[in-house]
Design a binder for this molecule. Sequence first.
Ligand code: HEM
Length: 535
Amino acid sequence: ASAAVPDQQVGVGGELHQVSGGAHPQMTNQRGLVVGDDENSLKANPRGPVLIEDHFLVEKTQHFDHERIPERVVHARGFGAKGYFQLTDSLKGITKARVLTQLGVKIPLFTRFSTVAGNMGSADTARDVRGFAVKMYTDEGNWDIVGNNIPVFFIQDAIKFTDLIHAAKQEPDRGFPQAQTAHDTFWDFVSLVPESTHMLMWIMSDRAIPRSFRMMEGFGVHTFRLINEAGDSTYVKFHWRPKLGMASVIWDEALKISGADPDFHRRDLWNAIAEGNFPEWELGVQLFDEDFANKFEFDVLDATKLIPEETLPLRIIGKMVLDQNVDNYFAETEQVAFATTDVVPGIDFSNDPLLQGRNLSYIDTQLSRLGGPNYEQIPVNAPRCPMRNMQRDGHMTMIPQLGRVSYSPSSLESDTPRQDPANGFSSFHAAEQGDKLRIRPESFADHFSQALMFFNSQTETEQNHIVSAFIFELSKVDTKAIRERMVGQLANVSSTIAQRVAEGLGMLGPIKPTATTVAARTDLPPSDALSIAKK
Ligand code: HEM
């Protein structure tokens, strides 16, 4: 046998052991020392105690002990792939961003799809929003569109994000449910927060149980700005449109698949790419100016609203193709770090208060998730253009910043990096003035019109799915008052929808729309009324 398999040798007692040889390189420890025996620890005698001197055993075990890092606080369960973006219609004159003006160039990118609420080990087909995050390695730095597969969000102000997620994740005392919307804390929160109603329509719809990552739309959600050479701003919303069209599973299928194959979506994406069926999306933009924005009853800075495509059609400007699976899940998919602040010159933020909160959160969370300030040096995060500055040191420094000078201004060296006012990033010169206040503008007040608009845009079958989903999810809520408050919230959208859900839940008696204004809330204790008035 040993002649036929030259990379094996016979050990004590006649057992076969695999050894290096042929195409198999020598195994080393983390320090490069060639390992002579990877199967037996060092002992004082064959049956004796293991010696602490066995640095091979210690190193191997210690490395294993530290294999895990914290999972993402949201979007923990995700799956990534590599590919490219190619511009087909230049936005020259509207933005100076090279990625949006240079036709035909293939920009490498990394995309990660995810569920939001479930932990890392939850099922792919849970009813949930899907993250749709794209990192493009442009020659002006990384540009991330950190989006979702639903064009609106639950809340308007980032200060409520912690509460939303605490309500949606597993309940802290019992540690479950892991990945379902069907629990009291979630419905308690959203039934008390009427701005979430539009988003609830979407997550009770088939959009929240996609057939495949390859068959999902993606949305940047917020209004961003594009800035041209003259410094003029145009508002923009980003949309990804799947070439395969959109498809969902139905709820019964989702439940069965969750049990039979919790990896359904990741297996589907991996196999498609491995077989050469590269998924593709178009990048579309909605472009508009301040005057156009002012014509709407709602506010384009409110992330619970969308601009209907009938009113403002998409302009398709490019495509994304995912043509390569990752080489290593942990190194790439787990360590990739997206941030809404990853923008390039020519792309800027709007005053959307949810976006502004996100701009703080991503880098902050990655500092702890990825172990310190140098996670941008991890290959999946590192920019593919020169990166030079005066930042130094810290855990896991990989890229040596050369020279004696680590401050600016300086005069000792002729090649220190310096700021570039003409070509560097500069913020849009927005004229801001007013009083410093904690307040929600009146233009953010209508929480129900677009919820109804979305429901009405669905086919009858899809509408039935939404109603069934509300009934299913609310039937899992133990607290009667929460169920009633939620049905009352639906009555603010449409008495018919509310009636259908109430019937499905076996609720008797007339439905009282849940009050949403301070005036209507005289029933509440004064402390509650006060907190609403403060908005
Ligand atoms: C991930 C915060 C709203 C899309 C995350 C993470 C945090 C976070 C802390 C984990 C990041 C990591 O560990 O690497 C927030 C805050 C929000 C907010 C504070 C609101 C105030 C949104 C919205 C969207 C979104 C509105 C969609 C437009 C995503 C995506 C990921 C993510 C796609 C996963 C990124 C990945 O695949 O690694 N968010 N988020 N988030 N968020 Fe948000």
